[in-house]
Design a protein around this ligand. Structure first.
Ligand code: ACO
Length: 322
């Protein structure tokens, strides 16, 4: 039987952290450090430089993940990038990343678009490729430059997001590995969180900025994150107390705390990085995972529950032994 294991993690944050105070001053926002940190837990985020793209951030994260796995770029036979802020409409960010990494072996490369659940979708897809025996070494990346789709006059959204990338190397293995995955979507909630614009005839039509019903998102997120966590635990025959770490999408510290509480998980077992990354959408889970690995908190053999929710609406979880 073929199992799948994460063999390396890496991440990359552009530039220096931008504090709430600095962001407020930069965009003349009618807000305060107290309001932002009390309502969201966010204290700082990173913002990509002009011209720095998702494939650039992904490149650095992938180099680190490959080094951690002890792999060279041409060992990779599958590349999946989760992003809602691609470099171009096409080609895919994954194809551009393949070129930047110097992967010349013809490995398939494609993007997954599931907004903040994108990394969970990408990891679940790759796990099925590897388990089928068709591929052996996948690069799974979440990379975002959400600063490009912020309306800097909308204080209700622009303080929440940041830029960054995280990556994992997922390989075929004789031992588990990924224990269970679950993916879901409900398109009837498309309007709750969207960037409702398009390019048509050389012009942007509609609205090219992120719009969100914050309170509706909050309630929906806590509900489905709790449900999908229980779903994968049940599928794998594990209980909450057998979990070493919950690594949820980093949207808002109150969402993370409410989810952990509803699951009956001590809050110390929930990895939190939203305070210094902001919400980096598809990048947030692999960024949090890599930080916890680098700090020595996440260790080989531990049970991790990774889960995300985002626009679509989409949501999902991956339960694995690291
Ligand atoms: N600074 C100061 N005041 C603000 C700010 C700000 N940055 N943003 C909004 N306000 C004001 C509002 O204008 C409103 O003022 P009013 O009462 O005069 O009308 C007041 O604060 C309260 O606004 P609410 O929207 O009711 O505030 P709430 O307590 O719901 O907090 C927040 C808003 C933080 C967005 C919250 O709803 C939330 O966290 N929702 C989850 C959304 C989220 O995490 N989205 C991430 C993307 S989705 C995802 O990743 C899954």
């Amino acid at each position: 039987m073929i199992f799948t294991r994460i063999t390396g993690t890496g991440s990359y944050l552009p530039g220096q952290p931008v504090s709430n105070q600095a962001l407020i001053a930069l965009h003349a926002l009618d807000s305060s450090d107290d309001w932002i940190s009390e309502r969201t837990g966010i204290r700082a985020r990173h913002i990509a430089a002009v011209g720095e793209t998702s494939s650039d951030l992904a490149f650095h994260a992938c180099q680190r993940a490959l080094a951690a796995a002890g792999r060279s770029a041409n060992d990779v036979d599958l590349i999946i990038v989760a992003t809602s802020t691609p470099d171009y409409i096409f080609p895919s960010t994954a194809a551009l990343l393949q070129k930047k990494l110097g992967i010349t072996n013809g490995a398939p490369a494609f993007d997954v678009q599931a907004v903040c659940s994108g990394f969970i979708y990408a990891l679940s897809v790759a796990e099925k490729f590897i388990r089928s025996g068709s591929h052996r070494c996948a690069l799974i990346v979440g990379s975002e430059v959400f600063s490009r789709i912020m309306d800097w006059s909308d204080r209700g959204t622009c303080v929440l997001f940041g830029d960054g990338a995280g990556a994992v190397v997922l390989e075929a293995s004789n031992s588990p590995g990924v224990l269970a995955t679950a993916l879901h979507a409900d398109g009837s909630h498309a309007d709750m969180l969207s960037v409702p614009g398009q390019i048509c005839g050389g012009q942007v039509t509609g609205d090219p900025f992120l719009r969100m019903d914050g309170q509706a998102v909050f309630k929906f997120a806590v509900k489905v994150l709790t449900e999908v966590a229980n779903e994968v635990l049940h599928a794998a025959g594990l209980t909450v107390d057998q979990l070493d770490w919950l690594i949820p999408h980093q949207a808002n510290v109150r969402i993370l705390q409410s989810t952990a509480k509803k699951l009956g998980l001590p809050s110390e077992k929930c990895i939190v990085t939203v305070d210094h990354h902001g919400n980096t959408s598809a990048a947030s889970i692999p960024l949090a995972l890599d930080e916890a690995v680098c700090q020595g908190r996440v260790q080989t053999g531990q049970n991790l529950l990774l889960e995300g929710v985002g626009g679509g609406f989409t949501w999902g979880a991956v339960l694995l032994t690291f």
